[in-house]
Design a protein around this ligand. Structure first.
Ligand SMILES: Nc1ncnc2c1ncn2[C@@H]1O[C@H](COP(=O)(O)OP(=O)(O)OP(=O)(O)O)[C@@H](O)[C@H]1O
Length: 578
């Protein structure tokens, strides 16, 4: 294992003792939810009935097999013909039960997956948790992968393993009776004492399975941890590729291919080295499990053969015993047979549990929740800090009336953007009180404009739904200098890659003019515009949004005339209102 394994923050093995508690925490909200209670439990009941049916068919097959070999041994042609006909029923029932069992299982999987995906998405997106989670929780890597892939694996794995275990339990009970009844007692004479062991092959199968399971655990436990890291490294590598695609323009301009190749190769080398370890472990486990399974085929045949040669049992009974032993032994070795799946499932439960714990933690974190009252915007900030506790701002207060425009200025790194994040209520390291106007919304325009996937029109109205009113848009496009985009409004393109940064900023600025907010927070939102366009935009703000409260971060003095208040950082942590 590489050094990185030792230093990574999450240890899957630490969580082992909490596995069932974690599993139940992830399951409970779905299975106890009244909304789809009947659907979920009804489907589960149907699947369980079909699982019971398939155990019954196995028992039927066992009896059929015994009768067939007996008919062959006694050359009973009539019985043989009847058994061939019976097989058609047996095969038909096997096919129907198997196909519908899998069909209903998939139906339950997709219902459960849809619910869990929605639930995690809602929690992740609620109250900007996605932003605060990445700031505060360093255990949850790649939340996108947890929602997209781990949920699917969790649901599929949980259902498969639960139903396999139930099927094994049912098979174990059914065929234990068969084995017990067919093998009869074993007589042993030890030191002159007579011992009788009833259904002795059952005890042999039990002993065989216990030893098998213990050895499997010993060989296979490291697989859990290795699977956990494999999923993480795969997601890290994929994220690296997506990031390169998203920033193709910048990387190409820098000619940063060599650096990118190094980073991507390094990420892929983690995937590779962990996969080698996984491969080796899987090979050891595979060698052992295959030998164990092969031996269990031969074992009852050899043990029972003397009784056939002694004519104590018929060929049919001999074959029935061999089949029953294999069923009992296989059911008892459930963990051995499915160890790789169990290991993968445990790592998925660990990954989803850490994600859920992170979400729970971030949901109860204190936040500056703006109150809604009156028409003014009031801020009383006792403290705004960096994540390491370093104070950026202390005891600053203001009250802005409709139409007031506050400019925030200061050196780079003084905390202007962080102050805006605190005002937007998303920065977790802030204390104080905020009051926003009772009516109207708040719009935040960041320095790096965000254009969502979709049409240009959707991007212009974001985050509000678009209106298909070109007469409303046309004069604003003229004002923003975007008339050349008029005919592309409903085209779906990667607009963030096509438009220049200045154009993207102008698209973002249009949002304020299209849906005038009560409070507009701007973080150097015009930094990529030329001085003339910048001033034209501020002038338009004054004319078209006379009642909006504007708080904007700006560096230069050119924008001062468009504001009636200024908050500036004069020294680290020292702020003055003018
Ligand atoms: N997520 C974060 N984790 C750690 N430190 C952070 C984080 N966000 C901001 N900081 C730190 O907080 C300080 C203030 O950052 P901020 O972005 O608010 O500065 P700014 O005044 O807006 O700078 P600029 O004018 O360059 O945009 C910086 O030292 C920055 O490194």
């Amino acid at each position: 294992m590489t050094d990185e394994h030792a230093t990574l923050p999450v240890s899957a093995s630490k969580n082992t003792r909490h596995l069932m508690a974690n599993f139940w925490r992830l399951c409970r909200p779905f299975w106890l939810n009244r909304e789809h209670w009947w659907q979920a439990w009804g489907l589960l009941a149907l699947i369980l009935a079909l699982t019971g049916g398939s155990i019954y068919i196995s028992k039927w097959y066992n009896t059929w097999q015994g009768e067939l070999y007996n008919a062959l041994q006694t050359l009973d042609y009539g019985a043989f013909k009847r058994l061939v006909l019976e097989f058609c029923w047996l095969a038909g029932a096997t096919i129907l039960v198997g196909v519908y069992n899998s069909y209903f299982q998939q139906m339950l999987q997709i219902i459960w997956r849809r619910w869990l995906t929605r639930s995690l998405l809602e929690q992740w997106l609620d109250q900007q948790n996605f932003y605060r989670l990445q700031l505060t929780d360093h255990k949850t890597d790649n939340p996108d992968q947890r929602i997209a892939e781990d949920v699917d694996e969790f649901v599929t794995g949980s259902l498969n393993l639960f139903l396999t275990t139930l099927n094994d339990l049912g098979t174990l009970v059914t065929f234990s009776f068969v084995l017990w009844g067919l093998t009869g007692p074993l007589r042993l004479v030890l030191s002159g004492h007579d011992f009788t062991i009833p259904g002795y092959l059952f005890w042999v199968a039990l002993l065989y399975a216990i030893v098998g399971t213990a050895v499997t655990f010993w060989i296979g436990v490291p697989l859990v941890r290795l699977n956990f890291f494999q999923q993480r490294y795969e997601a890290d590598f994929r994220y690296g590729l997506v990031r390169l695609r998203e920033n193709a323009d910048a990387v190409a301009m820098y000619k940063g291919e060599r650096q990118e190749t190094t980073v991507l190769t390094q990420r892929f080398s983690h995937v590779m080295s962990n996969f080698w370890l996984l491969m080796k472990k899987r090979k050891s486990l595979g060698l052992y499990v295959s030998s164990y399974t092969q031996l269990s085929i031969l074992f009852p045949l050899v043990v029972m053969a003397p009784r056939v040669f002694a004519k104590q049992i018929t060929l049919g009974v001999y074959m029935q015993i061999a089949d029953a032993f294999s069923q009992v032994q296989s059911a008892m070795s459930s963990i051995t047979n499915n160890f790789t799946e169990w290991a993968r499932w445990k790592s998925v439960v660990d990954r989803l549990s850490t994600f859920q714990a992170g979400l729970d933690q971030v949901a109860v974190m204190p936040r500056l929740q703006p109150a809604r009252s009156g028409v003014d915007m009031q801020a009383k900030l006792q403290m705004v800090c960096k994540p390491n506790g370093e104070i950026l701002l202390q005891d600053v207060a203001w009250s802005l009336k409709p139409g007031d425009r506050l400019m925030i200025s200061g050196r780079s790194g003084s905390g202007k953007s962080t102050l805006l994040r605190a005002l937007a209520g998303i920065w977790p390291y802030a204390q104080g009180q905020l009051a926003y106007p009772q009516t109207g919304n708040t719009l935040f325009l960041p320095q790096r404009p965000y254009l969502p996937l979709g049409t240009l029109r959707e991007a212009m109205y974001y985050p509000c739904p678009p209106r298909h009113d070109d007469a409303e848009l046309a004069p604003l496009l003229v004002l923003a200098g975007l008339t050349h985009l008029m005919s592309y409004l409903d085209l779906r393109e990667m607009w963030a890659h096509i438009l220049s940064v200045g154009e993207q900023q102008r698209v973002a600025l249009l949002r304020a003019l299209l849906n005038p907010p009560a409070v507009l927070l701007m973080d150097e939102a015009t930094s990529a515009l030329d001085a003339h366009s910048e001033q034209a935009f501020y002038q338009a703000l004054i004319e078209r949004l006379p009642q909006s409260i504007v708080v904007s971060v700006a560096h230069g003095n050119e924008l001062r005339p468009y504001h009636n208040k200024v908050l500036s950082c004069t020294a680290p942590g020292v702020w003055q209102m003018a």
